[in-house]
Design a protein around this ligand. Structure first.
Ligand code: NAD
Length: 499
């Protein structure tokens, strides 16, 4: 198996700069207040670079640069912008392993995922929106003999974007690609836990974008995120993060009457109907794999299938086989291509997950596997690893209702179809859901009855750029991906013309 070298060591794909300043107006700009913070790799728990600690003054400088760039960028032809997006995608593809290792080191997730999912999807995302913007058309209608009504798409101008730490590059690209395709300039604030990999991307594509079209200011939520989200100089704020922060973002935005898109938390049900176990075949095998998907990306996925609902008749069998599958998952050095479960993104997150594991035990839920920190050997001993954990309990428990954002699965049983849907929907959230059933009829019905923006049927964790993604209920507002995303980054101009 391939094990990538640690960044900065011999043969490694990437050497991080010792210090990252802000990326403003196409160059590195030191923070106005001169402060930096340490960036720690979850892989070994050690600092590896320091990053500018942004404040309102840095946000202002980034907004100046963005407003200086926005008019010209907004007037480029869609063909020109599409070409830029294609070039970014190509550059990323040529440097895929470098970006993947950078992302793994910053976030702790395994390289097999950053190579095959995070960076690969980010590349495709740029290509999708390069195509989408060229295919978009306005409308024209003849209202009467003398009046024509035209609808045009116009960019918003400068938009703000704030992202979390669980998919730093991919979440950045999900927001950047449609915003740029639509002709906007951007000020982006990454999460303070994972500030470095997105700067590596900025450096990589620096020569492909006009200066100021994308600006990245690092820093903490209230210090850097709030001045961005509450600035009267942005025309939209796009946010991905926790539901509680999402509420604040809406409040800030209300002061300036600007649109928000919010991609927030989840507590997604994964429903297994009795007929999945009709035979010991590849279908059943796929369902078992789906059961274990909660541990992918260390459970740090907003759509993590963190509640498994299993029908009475197959409960014992599927749970036993599922737990065995979880035990087989390989947790270890994230730089090893063989590793399936890596490190949690930060020590805070590690502690939060461990405290939820305690809460589950106190609530009387039964631990079937895992339930503790995993201390790896050698120089990874200080890394932030949690063993994939399966609890058995009831949907009313806190571990079934609150987002843990770790490799922790809560399993319960249901009797019939109505019970399944009731339990699945008994949550504040409505982001993702999984349905496993051989009967197409049953799967379709359940897919329609579950209150969630994305339901996977007989699959999970698939994020194609051309499928709309977003939340019902407290999981958010608006959609990302798909053509409809362009609407979130454009104004409609109507021109009524008489001759
Ligand atoms: P978070 O809300 O703590 O932080 C997200 C970002 O918001 C960070 O950049 C942070 O610095 C910034 N921020 C914090 N307080 C702020 C404030 N007052 N004003 C402006 N910005 C502020 O979330 P997190 O812990 O980084 O991310 C995990 C959460 O993200 C989970 O709830 C997860 O479900 C969610 N998430 C959702 C999706 C989705 O598409 N729905 C995708 C990934 C993650």
């Amino acid at each position: 198996t391939t094990v990538y070298a640690q960044p900065g060591t011999e043969g490694s794909k990437i050497t991080f700069k010792p210090r990252y300043e802000h990326w403003i107006g196409g160059e590195w700009v030191p923070p106005v207040k001169g402060q930096y913070f340490e960036n720690i790799s979850p892989v070994n728990g050690k600092p590896f670079t320091e990053v500018a600690r942004g404040t309102a003054e840095d946000i202002e400088a980034a907004l100046d640069a963005a407003w200086a760039a926005a008019p010209a960028w907004g007037k480029t032809s869609v063909a020109e912008r599409a070409l830029v997006l294609h070039r970014i995608a190509d550059r990323m593809e040529q440097n895929l392993e470098m970006l993947a290792v950078a992302e793994t080191w910053d976030n702790g997730k395994p390289v097999r995922e950053t190579i095959n999912a995070d960076i690969a999807l980010a590349i495709d995302h740029f290509r999708y929106f390069a195509g989408a913007i060229r295919a978009q058309e306005g409308t024209l209608s003849q209202l009467d003999d003398n009046t024509t009504s035209y609808h045009f798409h116009e960019p918003l101008g400068v938009v703000g974007q704030i992202i979390p730490w669980n998919f730093p590059i991919l979440m950045g690209v999900w927001k950047l690609a449609p915003a740029l395709a639509a002709g906007n300039a951007v000020v982006l604030k990454p999460a303070e836990q994972t500030p470095a990999s997105i700067m590596v991307l900025m450096e990589l594509i620096a020569d492909l974008l006009p200066p100021g079209v994308v600006n990245v200011v690092n820093g903490f939520g209230v210090e850097a995120g709030k001045p961005l989200a509450s600035s009267p100089r942005i025309r939209k704020i796009a946010f991905t993060g926790e539901t509680t922060t999402g509420r604040l973002i809406m409040q800030y935005a209300s002061q300036n009457i600007i649109p928000v898109t919010l991609e927030l938390g989840g507590k997604s049900p994964n429903i297994f109907f009795e007929d999945v176990a009709a035979a010991q075949d590849s279908f059943y095998d796929k369902a078992l794999e789906g059961f274990a998907f909660f541990a992918l990306n260390q459970g740090e996925v907003c759509t993590c299938p963190s509640r498994a609902l299993i029908q009475e008749g197959i409960y014992d069998r599927l749970l036993a086989d599922g737990v065995e599958r979880v035990q087989q998952m390989v947790q270890g050095n994230p730089l090893d291509l063989n590793t399936q479960v890596g490190a949690q993104a930060s020590n805070d997150q590690l502690q939060k997950i461990l405290s939820y594991i305690d809460i589950g035990k106190q609530e009387g839920a039964k631990v079937l596997v895992g339930g503790e920190r995993n201390v790896l050997d050698g120089d990874l001993a200080e890394g932030f690893y949690v063993s994939p954990t399966v609890f058995e309990g009831q949907n009313s428990m806190r571990i079934f209702q609150e987002e843990i954002f770790g490799p922790v699965l809560s399993v319960t049983r249901f009797s019939d179809y109505a019970d399944a849907i009731r339990t699945a929907n008994d949550t504040l959230y409505g982001l993702g859901a999984g349905v496993w059933a051989r009967s197409g009829n049953l799967a379709y019905r359940a897919g329609r009855d579950i209150e969630a923006g994305r339901v996977w049927v007989n699959q999970y964790h698939n994020y194609p750029a051309h499928s709309a993604f977003g939340g019902y209920k407290s999981s958010g507002i608006g959609r990302e991906n798909h053509l409809m995303m362009l609407d979130h980054y454009q104004q409609t101009k109507n021109l009524l013309v008489s001759y």
